[in-house]
Design a protein around this ligand. Structure first.
Ligand code: LCS
Length: 386
């Protein structure tokens, strides 16, 4: 019988948490409950008290949710159809007239959802540079219910001091939500630093194999979980059981994959920083990162995400269209290396003036370093840069 204990370490939790052999056969892998509904023995008496309809409950999804909760050190997890639908669920818990303070350099799709979809419903958003806790404090109003940060940010690798901002949010009676997609729970655990909610695009490191779109929320409070579960059941952005199962397969190797992403990310960032054709490398694991000290305090590894400025769109194009192993694509966090130009791809929906101010220039290239041989990846970049 595989049952985890609270003192089990991360690598053990990754493999076992949330799963037990199936009762009738002993199948070691959780079954994919590919069903939309469940037969009830009597009117409104679903088995287990919850299995009445698969939007509400699905055992495959629940295994993933227990696993993710254990990895983030939370009490409950909620899986979603995408990272954006997980974030949306938290906003839909609010009411018209409520206010949210958000990091200005989030994934472009997050800002687009806030400013072009959710603002119309009467929730107000203020965007600030959350590297500065004072800027968060200054943006808070009596209507602020939520502070939303991403750390490291996509793609500028800005860091937010989670403990400091949690204190500011809580003093104002607001919750702190941390998008932990870039770090992964292997490298950073926001709930332990005071955050109330962790959100993931599980599409990225958690699933890790570029074959599922998914999202998750992890919390440590029963009431908050109940509220969010109610919004999700009422609005419906649940993942299918097959996607939940694939993501659970991914998290079993999260620790091993992250060790390689961290090691190769560091090596390639150092190599790029010494390259004459690269103007600037942004990577929290480099002493040149302006928040390197915070990175070392708050994170235990620095991932495979690196941004480099090569000066112009032409030079960026020369790089991203000539790599062989680093493939030109959106997304990140998979076993294979990807390369992109955020200003023209993932962050094209962010107003140009704001992009420029944050450093998301046309010459900025984002790398997602995969788990291939690091020497092969360096040779690939070397050829393309030359
Ligand atoms: N949060 C972060 C930090 C992200 O990078 C993304 C997607 C999302 C949330 C949204 O998650 P999704 O709905 O896509 O699962 N980031 C992407 C990127 O950088 N390239 O393509 C998607």
């Amino acid at each position: 019988m595989s049952e985890t204990r609270p003192d089990d370490r991360f690598d053990t939790l990754a493999v076992h948490a949330g799963q037990a052999p199936e009762a009738t056969t002993g199948a070691i892998m959780p079954p994919i409950f590919q069903t939309s509904t469940y037969v009830q023995p009597a009117i409104a008496e679903p088995l287990g008290g919850i299995y009445d309809y698969a939007r509400v409950a699905n055992p495959t999804r629940e295994a993933l949710e227990r696993n993710l909760a254990a990895l983030e050190g939370g009490s409950h997890g909620l899986a979603f159809a995408s990272g954006l639908s997980a974030i949306e669920c938290v906003i839909k818990r609010l009411s018209a007239g409520d206010h949210v303070v958000s990091e200005e350099n989030t994934y472009g799709g997050t800002t687009r959802m806030f400013s072009r979809v959710l603002e119309k419903l009467g929730v107000a958003f203020t965007y600030v540079d959350t590297r500065d806790p004072e800027a968060v404090a200054a943006a808070i109003t009596p209507a602020t219910r939520l502070v939303h940060v991403e750390t490291p940010t996509n793609p500028m690798m800005r860091l937010c001091d989670i403990a400091a901002v949690a204190e500011i949010a809580h003093a104002a009676g607001a919750l702190l939500m941390v998008d932990n997609t870039f770090a992964s729970p292997y490298n950073q655990r926001p709930l332990e630093l005071g955050a109330d909610l962790v959100v993931h695009s599980t599409t990225k490191y958690l699933n890790g194999h570029s074959d599922v779109i998914g999202g998750a929320l992890i919390v440590r409070d029963q009431e908050l979980f109940d509220d969010l579960a109610f919004v999700r059941k009422s609005t419906g952005a649940v993942p299918g059981p097959m996607d939940a199962w694939l993501t659970l397969r991914g998290t079993k190797t999260l620790h091993l994959r992250m060790q390689r992403h961290n090691a190769s990310g560091q090596r390639i960032a150092e190599w790029l920083e010494a390259h004459p054709k690269v103007d600037r490398v942004v990577y929290p694991g480099l002493p040149s990162h302006p928040q390197h000290e915070l990175a070392r305090r708050q994170m235990s590894g620095f991932t495979g995400m690196i941004s480099v400025d090569v000066g112009t769109l032409d030079r960026a194009r020369g790089l991203v269209e000539h790599t062989r192993l680093f493939q030109l694509a959106e997304s990140l966090g998979g076993v294979e290396s990807l390369i992109s130009v955020p200003a023209r791809m993932t962050h094209a929906s962010v107003p140009a003036e704001r992009r420029e101010r944050m450093g998301v220039t046309d010459g900025l290239v984002r790398l997602s370093v995969g788990i291939e041989d690091a020497d092969d990846l360096i040779a690939d970049l070397s050829r393309a840069l030359d």
